[in-house]
Ligand binder design. Structure first.
Ligand code: ADP
Length: 160
């Protein structure tokens, strides 16, 4: 059976923690789709097109990884693209309760859908897109948090 998985998220912006999950999960499944959530209710720093293009650029060396965007229900998008595995990263206990709830809901909604959790690599366990934005907005050094070619693009967003 071909294992096609989706790694859904906001990725606003993509961090090294996300990259780590993408690289590791791409070795477990046959095909991985990074699904960027187009959540109009969230005030995002990067537009959906910018996020999709940046992730395409950052994953271009991974042959079984593609990037798409979706709005609405994740399980509907998965049906559309023929994926049945959801990949999520777990950083700390704080992620757990929420992630468990979503995973169980998705499984009830679509019994063929399974969620696989990858625990974060130790060096990224503190890292989130929110922290990156907070640091960048105050001119802090974000070079240890995001892929090198993203650093200036993130700073640019805060330049008036
Ligand atoms: P969402 O808004 O759906 O939480 P994010 O872009 O913040 O989207 O995160 C997408 C996924 O990546 C989530 O499963 C999250 O737990 C995981 N993730 C985020 N940061 C890290 C990290 N530093 N290490 C491992 N997983 C992470």
């Amino acid at each position: 059976m071909i294992k096609k998985a989706i790694y859904p998220g906001s990725f606003d912006p993509l961090t090294l923690g996300h990259m780590d999950i993408i690289e590791r999960s791409s070795k477990i499944v046959n095909e991985l789709v990074v699904g960027v959530l187009n959540n109009s209710a969230k005030n995002s720093l990067f537009s959906i097109e910018e996020r999709v293009n940046m992730i395409k650029e950052m994953t271009s060396s991974l042959p079984n990884v593609t990037v798409g965007s979706f709005d609405g229900l994740l399980v509907d998008y998965m049906e559309e693209i023929g994926a049945n595995i959801i990949i999520r990263g777990l950083r700390a206990v704080t992620d757990f309760e929420y992630e468990l709830q979503i995973a169980q809901t998705n499984h009830v909604e679509s019994p063929q859908v399974e969620t696989i959790f990858l625990t974060t690599s130790l060096q990224y366990s503190y890292l989130s897109s929110t922290i990156v934005k907070e640091f960048a907005s105050h001119g802090g050094d974000i070079s240890k948090f995001v892929p090198a070619s993203m650093v200036d693009r993130i700073y640019m967003k805060y330049k008036k």
